[in-house]
Design a protein around this ligand. Structure first.
Ligand code: AMP
Ligand code: MG
Length: 492
C-alpha cells in the first residue's frame, strides 16, 4: 500500500511568477525520527502507512507522493530593516495542500529538501539541531494554544551538512494554514506588479479571511484583519515569554500563525530587554520590542496594498494610516486581557493595568522566573500559605509581598472561590515551556550520540503544558547558572 496524500493544490495554480517549480533533491538514506501521528490523522493521512521506509522517503523528499506539485514560493522581505527584493524558499519546497478534518486548507512543506532557484549561496539543506528545535517549539506552541505552523515529521537524511562544523542533515515537514508572508506581498509590490498584488490579496482573502470576500472595501478589510491577528498573536507571545528572534517581514505570516522558528527562545527570568539571537546585535527583536516590530512589519504590508486602496496615492496613504492606527489598541486590549487572566482576575477595573505592571517591574528587578511566578501565583490564589513558593523566586522578596497584599485585596472583591481562581489561572499559566537549556540538551544528545530519548521525553512533557505532571517536575525548573543559554543561533 502506498501513502495517499489527498492534495488539492491552489497556490501552484497561481501565475508562474509566484513560484518556481522544483522537485526535492533525493537524499542518501532517510530515517524517520519522528512522526506526528495525531497531526497526520488531522490531515487525512494514514499514520501507519507514513511510519514506514516509504514514508521516510516521502518525508525527506526522496520520493514524491502522487498529486504533489512541488514548488518553491517567491517572496521578498525586510531582514533587520533592510529590504531584500528576492528571498523565496531557498531550502523549502511546498508539496501541496490538503483540506484537514476541520475543513481548513493546510500546506505540507518540506524544509531542508535541497536547493531551489531561490537558494542564493545556501545549500538548501537543514541541520538536525534546528529541525529538532522547530519540531519541539512549534508543537509546544500548539499545545500552549498559540497560532503556529505545525510539525508533521522530522527525518534524518543520512547526509552531512557543512555549517561551522559538519552536522547531520535533516528535513522537517512543516504544516501551515499557508506560507504566505508579508514578504510575499513585498515581492510583487517591489516589482510594481499591482495585478499580482491583487491576485495574491484575493487568494489570501479566499483562503484566510473568506468572510471578507463580499466586503465592498475588501483590501482595506484585509489589512485590518491581518492587523487584528498579528496584534493578538504577539500579545500571546508575550504572555508566555516567547521571543521570536527574527521577526523579519518574510517571517511574518498573513494568516497570523507563528512561523520560522530560528533563533527563538523563551524567557527564564523576566527581562523585557531580553535578546537571545546571536545575529540580533541591536536588540531589534527583543522581547518587549515585538509589538512595535509587528506594527512596523504591518506597515510594510500596508504599503504593498496602497495601489489596491485608491488610485489617489495621498488618499490611499491616509486610509492605510487610519487602519494601522488600530494596532496599538488591538494589541493593548489583547495583552491586558491576557495579563489580567494571568493574575487571576475575572473582571476588568481601573488600576488593574498598574497592578500587573507593578508585578512585572518587581519581577524584572527581582530576576524572577517568568513562567514559575505566574504558575505559583495560582497556588497562592488558592491559599495565602502558598505565597512562599512564589516569593522565593524574587531576589527582593519584600517587593513581592508588598505586591501580593494589594493583589489579595483586589481578588477579594470578586465572587469566585479560591479553587475556581486557581483552576482558571493554571489554564492560562503553563507549568512547562520549551526552556532553552532543555532544547539544547535534546539537540546535544541527538547530534553527539544519535540519542532521541530526551527529544521524545521533552515532547511528551510539552504536550500538556498546563498539567502539573509531578513525575516531570524538574522540566519546570529554570536553568541552573551553568545551564543557562545566553545565545541562540539560526543554524541555517
Ligand atoms: P530564514 O532566516 O530561515 O527565515 O531564511 C531567510 C532566507 O534565507 C530564506 O529565503 C531562506 O529560504 C534562505 N535560506 C536559509 N537557509 C538556507 C539554506 N541552507 N539554503 C538556501 N537558502 C536558505
Ligand atoms: Mg524565513
Amino acid at each position: 500500500m502506498t501513502v495517499h496524500f489527498p492534495f488539492q493544490n491552489t497556490y501552484a495554480a497561481l501565475p508562474a511568477n509566484f513560484f518556481a517549480r522544483v522537485a526535492p533533491t533525493p537524499v542518501a538514506s532517510p530515517r524517520l525520527l519522528k512522526l506526528n501521528r495525531s497531526l497526520a490523522v488531522q490531515l487525512g493521512l494514514d499514520p501507519d502507512l507514513l511510519d514506514s521506509p516509504e514514508g521516510a522517503e516521502i518525508l525527506s523528499g526522496k520520493r514524491l507522493p502522487e498529486g504533489a506539485d512541488p514548488i518553491a514560493m517567491a517572496y521578498a522581505g525586510h531582514q533587520f530593516g533592510q529590504f531584500v527584493p528576492q528571498l523565496g524558499d531557498g531550502r523549502a519546497i511546498l508539496l501541496g495542500e490538503v483540506i484537514d478534518q476541520d475543513g481548513v486548507r493546510r500546506d505540507i512543506q518540506l524544509k531542508g529538501s535541497g536547493p531551489t532557484p531561490f537558494s542564493r549561496r545556501g545549500d538548501g539543506r537543514a541541520a538536525l539541531g534546528p529541525v529538532l528545535r522547530e519540531y519541539i517549539v512549534s508543537e509546544a506552541m500548539f499545545a500552549l494554544g498559540i497560532p503556529t505552523t505545525r510539525s508533521l515529521a522530522a527525518v534524518i537524511t543520512g547526509e552531512s551538512v557543512m555549517r561551522e562544523t559538519v552536522l547531520p542533515g535533516a528535513v522537517l515537514t512543516r504544516v501551515a494554514s499557508s506560507h504566505i508572508r508579508v514578504g510575499t506581498f513585498q515581492y510583487f509590490a517591489a516589482r510594481q506588479d499591482t495585478d499580482a498584488v491583487r491576485r495574491l490579496a484575493d487568494h489570501v482573502i479566499a483562503r484566510h479571511y473568506p468572510q471578507l470576500a463580499g466586503h465592498e472595501q475588501r483590501y482595506h478589510a484585509l489589512l485590518q484583519a491581518v492587523i487584528a491577528r498579528q496584534a493578538d498573536l504577539v500579545a500571546r507571545w508575550l504572555h508566555i515569554g516567547f521571543i521570536h528572534g527574527v521577526m523579519n517581514t518574510d517571517n511574518t505570516s498573513v494568516s497570523g500563525e507563528t512561523i520560522d522558528y530560528g533563533p527563538c527562545a523563551f524567557l527564564d527570568h523576566y527581562d523585557p530587554a531580553a535578546v537571545f539571537s546571536s545575529i540580533d546585535e541591536q536588540g531589534r527583536y527583543a522581547y518587549a520590542n515585538q509589538p512595535r516590530i509587528a506594527l512596523w512589519n504591518l506597515t510594510r504590508l500596508a504599503e504593498c496594498l496602497l495601489p489596491l486602496f485608491s488610485d489617489d496615492q495621498d488618499k490611499a496613504i491616509a486610509q492605510a494610516q487610519e487602519i494601522l492606527g488600530i494596532f496599538p489598541e488591538k494589541f493593548s486590549a489583547a495583552y491586558q486581557a491576557g495579563l489580567r487572566a494571568k493574575i487571576g482576575l475575572f473582571t476588568a477595573r481601573d488600576g488593574d493595568e498598574a497592578l500587573v505592571q507593578d508585578l512585572l517591574e518587581a519581577m524584572a528587578r527581582g530576576k524572577a522566573d517568568f513562567t514559575l511566578t505566574f504558575r505559583r501565583l495560582g497556588d497562592a490564589a488558592l491559599d495565602a500559605a502558598n505565597n512562599g513558593k512564589a516569593r522565593e523566586l524574587f531576589a527582593e522578596p519584600a517587593a513581592f509581598e508588598e505586591w501580593a497584599a494589594r493583589w489579595r485585596q483586589r481578588i477579594a472583591d470578586e465572587p469566585q472561590s479560591p479553587a475556581e481562581r486557581r483552576t482558571a489561572m493554571q489554564a492560562v499559566n503553563p507549568a512547562f515551556i520549551p526552556r532553552n537549556h532543555r532544547i539544547e540538551a535534546v539537540i546535544a544528545a541527538a547530534v553527539a550520540n544519535d540519542d532521541y530519548a530526551p527529544f521524545e521525553k521533552l515532547l511528551k512533557v510539552l504536550a500538556k503544558p498546563f498539567e502539573d505532571q509531578g513525575e516531570f517536575a524538574d522540566y519546570a525548573d529554570p536553568p541552573k547558572p551553568e545551564q543557562r543559554v545566553c545565545q541562540t543561533f539560526c543554524g541555517t
